[in-house]
Design a protein around this ligand. Structure first.
Ligand SMILES: NC(=O)C1=CN([C@@H]2O[C@H](COP(=O)(O)OP(=O)(O)OC[C@H]3O[C@@H](n4cnc5c(N)ncnc54)[C@H](O)[C@@H]3O)[C@@H](O)[C@H]2O)C=CC1
Ligand SMILES: O=C(O)CCC(=O)C(=O)O
Length: 449
């Protein structure tokens, strides 16, 4: 494990002691602190003002009961969370995750990552995240609606376009945002569009928000390739997951001349040598709420379903983990390297374990972290807020060009910062230092908050 700068050792020890059992949160904090040695050495003012210790402590954490009734009339109780991590740059901003694995440590790791990601976008948004241990799998639309309404019945009092603005994440897409926004509007008697993003196009949503995280991921990889005089042309790409991010990453890879040959869900993966048909995948996974095994069954011929197993066994030039945290470990990384993969870029949040990241980088694989690569989703959410505030709506083409421009700028600033701190080509250091510096300077300017 890389050493921490001496002033950061007690900071990390304190994070572990004060947040027991929150493994993913410790992991996310450690990964950022490992990049900040050069920054604290150059800028003692950050340590003097305890900026990093303050950054590791959320401004506010909300945990609440979510009671709801299932279709059989039984009472169900879930736990809801919203961690409002840092608002130095703007209102708290970040998605809601509905998944049975959700607990405080997951929400805090996601909220912590979100601070630096949102800072990297250059837009005025702070960091937060929320969710529930509610499992939408197998639930009817009516059950999801009743759950979402109950969730919002508590959460609404903490939200607002200048306070805290949630969006989607795993298990929360356009349907759930609709139920949540409907309940917010009903309770507050305000059509406050800027309170949630990821809305439908006919009721305040933005063009490209649905596609933005996947498209942005691929725009970022395109910049990595261009920086080496290369392109997507003819590249074989493996994309894990098969949800919002994975589907739209697949679509954009195909538009740029690459071929996505595999995708997955938590039960198994599909290899499709003719290229994953993203429209069919969208139909099966998003519309019908099916599995990738259903995709293979409908697609027939070119598609082969593998139950269980690891998608990282599939030989590729570029790997895009787009499913969930810690899904790519040392075994998967070893296989990617052995099979000649040269670029790994994280569409998901923290999908690669620290050991796997080290292995990839030691083997010369260009590795880019989620907080930079997948920032296009939240950036387009901020564009949705701009449109809501000005009662305007932009065209698909204009919004996509803004997204592409933001991703280019994040990419270039990561490389420039990495160079400035003597780590040329290191996207992890570049993303962490660039994201940190903007927030840290704002925290210094705003006094002891
Ligand atoms: N939706 C967004 O705008 C953003 C999402 N992200 C991140 O991207 C990742 C995916 O999110 P979404 O696509 O929005 O969620 P989603 O709910 O639309 O899709 C998640 C997908 O991952 C699959 N999955 C879950 N666990 C898996 C496992 N162990 N192995 C393989 N597949 C698995 C699910 O079957 C599902 O297809 C998450 O890490 C999320 O935090 C990051 C930035 C923005
Ligand atoms: O659009 C947003 O506000 C949040 C997206 C998100 O949850 C993420 O970037 O991980």
């Amino acid at each position: 494990m890389p050493q921490l700068h001496e002033t950061l050792v007690p900071v990390f020890e304190e994070v572990v002691a004060r947040n027991p059992g929150e493994r993913e949160f410790h992991q996310a904090v450690r990964e950022v602190l490992e990049s900040l040695g050069g920054v604290v050495a150059k800028h003692p003012e950050y340590t003097d003002a305890e900026v990093i210790r303050r950054l590791c402590e959320p401004e506010r954490q909300i945990i609440f009961r979510v009671p709801w009734q299932d279709d059989a009339g039984r009472v169900q109780i879930n736990r809801g969370f919203r961690v409002e991590f840092n608002s130095a740059l703007g209102p708290f901003k970040g998605g809601l995750r509905f998944h049975p694995s959700v607990y405080l440590g997951i929400v805090k790791f996601l909220g912590f990552e979100q601070i630096f990601k949102n800072s990297l976008t250059g837009l005025p948004i702070g960091g937060g995240k929320g969710g529930s241990d509610f499992n939408p799998r197998g639930r009817s639309a009516a059950e999801v609606m009743r759950f979402s309404q109950s969730f919002m019945t508590e959460l609404y009092r903490h939200l607002g376009e200048y306070t805290d603005v949630p969006a989607g994440d795993i298990g929360v897409g356009g349907r759930e945002i609709g139920y949540l926004f409907g309940q917010y509007k009903r309770i507050t008697n305000r059509y406050e569009s800027g309170t949630l993003t990821g809305k439908g196009l006919s009721w305040g949503g933005s063009q490209v928000r649905t596609e933005a995280t996947g498209y942005g991921t691929v725009f970022f990889v395109d910049e990595i390739l261009k920086a080496a005089g290369d392109s997507f042309d003819g590249k074989r790409v493996v994309v894990s997951g098969s949800g919002n991010v994975a589907i739209h990453a697949t679509e954009k890879v195909h538009q740029l001349g690459g071929l996505v040959i595999a995708c997955s869900d938590s039960d198994g993966y599909v290899v499709d040598e003719a290229g994953i048909d993203f429209e069919l995948l969208h139909e099966v996974k998003t519309e019908q709420r099916g599995r990738v095994s259903d995709y293979a069954a409908v697609r027939g011929g070119s598609a082969r379903y593998v139950a269980g197993g690891s998608i990282w066994d599939v030989p590729c030039d570029i790997a895009l983990p787009c499913a969930t945290q810690n899904e790519l470990g040392v075994d998967g990384a070893e296989r990617l390297v052995r099979n000649g993969c040269t670029v790994v870029a994280e569409g998901a949040n923290m999908p690669t374990t620290p050991d796997a990241i080290r292995l990839l980088r030691d083997a010369g694989v260009r590795f880019a972290p989620g907080k930079a690569v997948n920032a296009g989703g939240v950036a387009t959410s901020a564009l949705e807020m701009q449109q809501n505030a000005s009662r305007d709506s932009w065209s698909f083409e204009y919004t996509e060009e803004r997204l592409a421009e933001i991703m280019r700028s994040i990419h270039d600033r990561c490389l420039e910062t990495a160079e400035e701190y003597g780590q040329p080509g290191d996207y992890v250091a570049g993303a962490n230092i660039t994201g940190f510096t903007r927030v840290a300077d704002a925290m210094l300017a705003l006094g002891l908050i």
